[in-house]
Design a protein around this ligand. Structure first.
Ligand SMILES: [Zn+2]
Ligand SMILES: [Zn+2]
Length: 400
């Protein structure tokens, strides 16, 4: 890495006010997944002004920017997500959401602004005379919160021409103070699959259960029995989650419900456990419903894969992070999260690392609420850290 750490940090500090302005613009105008039209337009215009090659409508509303180096080399991709959530914001900030029922409660506004700033930083360094061997690709993806934007972008060629050799991304975290990043080597987040289960009974009078098949009682047994897939069929040191998040059925207290519909999220950290879960779930659902004279329908859908950070790429982020921020500011995470991230698709295409950026500052009263909370907000000064680390990681990777 020829650019000094100080140079990168100074440039990031200088760009920060513009990045904060961009973040606030996105924050005030949140757009849901696959509807990021204005956001994508702002992103494309900004990259175009920097002189990058820009592709729009990649896999929907995705945008790809390409900074070509002055000589051939590897291609490193940096990724941000752009979508907001259908949550009513609870905030007094003058940059609060202007759209009722929508807000950037997961920080994707910050990710997008941060990556635009990183693009500017790298474009400035390379136009300032520093030779860049290889390319930096900037991936702005839609719909991370669902149905997923990484997979359609990959299908649309985002990781090819030039082919991506390594990919990096970050997520803001309010349980980490500003100035720190956290890295997890290996599997860092879970697969997220879904099961829709319908319990089919036979309706009737609440006073005469013997003439019916009570789908509510069967459903209750199914929910309970499903938990044994995790507790009795998954190793105690392995991880899986089955959460039945919705259960709907019935008309009133004295009517036996003919049908109950349930939706579950199913998560795992390894492909082996992930692939075993649908069969185990169906066996339990089938066994319980048959034993109680009911029938069932089961629809299983595969969502995001587990996200595995490549060891060498995770080490690169840690080493660069230590150089940019100081040894004590890079936290090594021991445990994976059962949350899911569709960065996992990019990381399945090329070795990569997805790390956490601390955005909490208690004194400022910012970054105190977790993601998806109506009061979620971040300490924006952390974006200078995010830009510095992202830019330094890209330069270090290309120089190797
Ligand atoms: Zn989220
Ligand atoms: Zn998120």
């Amino acid at each position: 890495m020829r650019s000094s750490v100080d140079d990168i940090r100074n440039r990031a500090e200088a760009i920060l006010p513009e990045v904060v302005q961009l973040r606030r613009q996105f924050h005030m105008n949140p757009e849901l997944g696959m509807e990021e039209f204005e956001t994508a337009e702002t992103v494309a215009r900004y990259l175009d002004n920097l002189g990058l090659e820009v592709c729009t409508e990649v896999g929907g509303t995705g945008v790809v920017g390409l900074l070509r180096g002055s000589s051939p080399g590897k291609t490193v991709a940096l990724r941000a997500d752009m979508d907001a959530l259908p949550i009513e914001q609870d905030s007094d900030a003058d940059y609060a959401s202007k759209v009722p029922g929508k807000m950037h409660a997961c920080g994707h506004d910050a990710h997008t602004a941060n990556l635009l700033g990183t693009a500017r930083l790298l474009a400035e360094i390379t136009s300032g005379g520093e030779k860049l061997a290889g390319n930096v690709k900037f991936l702005f993806q839609p719909a991370e919160e669902g149905p997923g934007g990484a997979e359609p972008m990959i299908a649309d060629g985002a990781m090819r021409d030039p082919d991506v050799d390594a990919v990096f991304g970050l997520h803001v975290h309010t349980n980490l103070p500003t100035g720190q990043i956290a890295v997890k080597e290996g599997v860092s987040s879970a697969s997220a699959d879904g099961a829709r289960i319908a319990i089919l009974g036979q309706g009737g009078h609440g006073a005469h259960p013997e003439q019916t098949v009570d789908s509510v009682v069967v459903a209750a047994h199914v929910v309970t029995a499903l938990q044994t897939v995790v507790s009795r069929e998954t190793g105690p040191t392995d991880s899986a989650v089955i959460t039945v998040g919705t259960i709907k059925g019935g008309f009133r207290s004295n009517v036996i419900a003919p049908r109950v519909d349930m939706e579950a999220t199913v998560r795992a950290l390894t492909p082996e456990i992930r692939e075993a879960l649908p069969g185990r779930i169906e066996r339990i659902v089938k066994g319980v419903t048959e034993s109680m004279r009911a029938d069932y329908e089961l629809e299983y859908s595969f969502g995001y894969p587990p996200l595995k950070n490549d060891s060498a790429m995770a080490q690169l982020v840690s080493e660069v992070g230590q150089r940019v921020l100081g040894d004590e500011c890079v936290i090594q995470l021991g445990e994976a999260s059962l949350g899911a991230e569709d960065f996992g698709y990019f990381a399945s295409e090329a070795p990569g690392c997805f790390f956490r950026l601390g955005v909490s500052d208690e004194e400022k009263g910012l970054g105190l609420y977790p993601g998806h909370n109506p009061r979620f907000d971040i300490d924006e000064s952390a974006l200078s850290v995010g830009m510095s680390v992202m830019a330094a990681v890209a330069l270090e990777y290309l120089s190797q």
